[in-house]
Design a protein around this ligand. Structure first.
Ligand code: PLP
Length: 422
């Protein structure tokens, strides 16, 4: 459920008209709904009933400072995958102890920073990283709680570019190598291996791959405990999918996911933590764009928008689909026309939809991409020297620009001509 709906013929975010924001801010822009963020966090938390759980929002899904502050104020912790994200989470108001540091290629500088600020847990993904972290922690005179991120070798059944839990993927420690590395971690200074972490991919729309991975984690927990490695915490990652295509079967609800987690881990006496990203912010955000040009050929009608693949890369990168709807509510029974909805970027992959049925569009009309709150703005760039898209946060009848559009001079501020070209 989300709080984007037509009111008096115009698509609103909560109580604010997206047409009004477009008039004030210009298009394209991202818009996020506070009520939707709060609702998703609440539903996700409640899915686990009385179990001892913690939620660490995956910052890479949406790293806008105001979004993170909103979630921090609601008590969320954070899952970070770089030193920059850790710094951002702290700036958003998180306690370092409520942050988990994940990622396959943390640098020694990043590890040192995480140890210095006292991050709650570091998820180790290789033997090399384990040795580096031990050296860093011992030098700082600290002991760090660590998990090994294990690779359970299960197929998450998602797009190949967002599957992470098969042994061919770069992520995690290979299943059969993990027990030996736990023994080693236990013997190293500065490390306290108390947890197992697993994250098998993103936009997973079936509970079976999660359950298969979790059953393996359960088995490993029991085996490690039997040899005296006291695992008391399981970090079960993120990955739960959201509906992008409202005409397709809905992905499992958090409640069903929670019940499955309870079945697998209910009696383990472990604290459980989760790293959801998409399921919290996905449909808490939309991207609003305007139609720049309509172009009719013999085979196709193109609606060229002022938003491009640099602003929302998911369709080009993952063949992802977003529902695109007009901001002005179409009349009941309005005739539909099929459009290829494309961006202005000079790439054929800059295409959002093929033969999408839409009411007849006019140049200047506004459209909204639904479910654009996750991996939208965070993956955007400036290809074709296009400015980053502004971000707006709505809370009830209030709204604010929470990242403004940069000026041309700001976009160029880091560049300089060498002496011989001046
Ligand atoms: C990306 C990522 C997540 C979040 O995944 P979602 O599909 O957005 O829930 C969680 N944990 C780790 C380690 C990740 O890399």
């Amino acid at each position: 459920m989300h709080h984007f709906a037509y009111k008096k013929g115009v698509l609103h975010a909560e109580d604010v008209s997206l047409a009004l924001i477009a008039a004030k801010v210009g298009t394209p822009f991202y818009c996020y709904s506070t009520a939707t963020l709060a609702r998703h966090l609440d539903v996700f938390r409640k899915a686990f009933g009385q179990m001892d759980t913690a939620v660490h929002f995956a910052v890479k899904a949406n790293s806008n400072l105001a979004v993170l502050r909103t979630l921090a104020n609601l008590g969320a912790g954070f899952d970070v995958v770089s030193g920059g994200e850790l710094q951002l989470a702290l700036k958003a108001g998180a306690k370092a102890a409520d942050c988990v540091f994940s990622g396959v290629g943390k640098t020694k500088e990043e590890l040192r920073y995480a140890v210095d600020v006292g991050v709650g847990q570091i998820n180790i993904e290789s033997e090399s990283e384990m040795l580096s972290l031990s050296a860093v922690a011992a030098a700082a005179g600290k002991t760090v709680r660590v998990a090994l991120r294990v690779n359970p070798d299960v197929d998450a059944g998602t797009h190949e570019k967002i599957t992470t839990g098969k042994k061919e993927n770069k992520f995690g420690i290979e299943w059969t190598l993990a027990p030996g590395l736990y023994r080693k971690a236990k013997s190293l200074p500065g490390l306290k291996p108390t947890a197992i972490a697993v994250h098998i991919g993103s936009q997973i729309t079936d509970l079976a791959p999660f359950e298969n991975a979790f059953l393996r984690v359960r088995e490993m927990t029991l085996a490690l405990r039997a040899e005296g490695i006291e695992i008391d915490h399981l970090d079960l990652g993120g990955g739960l999918g959201v509906p992008y295509d409202f005409s397709a079967a809905a992905p499992p609800l958090p409640a069903a996911y929670g019940q499955m987690v309870g079945r697998v881990f209910g009696n383990m006496g472990c604290k459980l933590s989760f790293e959801p990203g998409r399921v919290i912010v996905g449909n808490a955000g939309v991207l609003v764009a305007a139609v720049t040009v309509l172009k009719t050929g013999t085979a196709k009608k193109f609606a060229v928008l002022d938003a491009g693949m640099n602003d929302l890369v998911r369709p080009a990168m993952y063949d992802a689909r977003h529902d695109i709807i007009p901001v002005r509510e179409p009349a009941q029974g309005a005739l539909q026309t099929k459009y290829d909805v494309v961006g202005p970027v000079c790439e054929s992959s800059d295409k959002f939809a093929t033969d999408a049925p839409l009411p007849a569009l006019a140049e200047g009309d506004l459209v909204a991409f639904l479910t654009a709150g996750a991996y939208g703005a965070t993956m955007s760039g400036t290809y074709n020297t296009r400015p980053l898209v502004p971000e707006v946060l709505v809370d009830g009848a209030s709204w604010a620009v929470v990242r403004r559009r940069p000026t041309f001079d700001e976009m160029l501020a880091l560049e300089q001509l060498p002496a011989w070209l001046k």
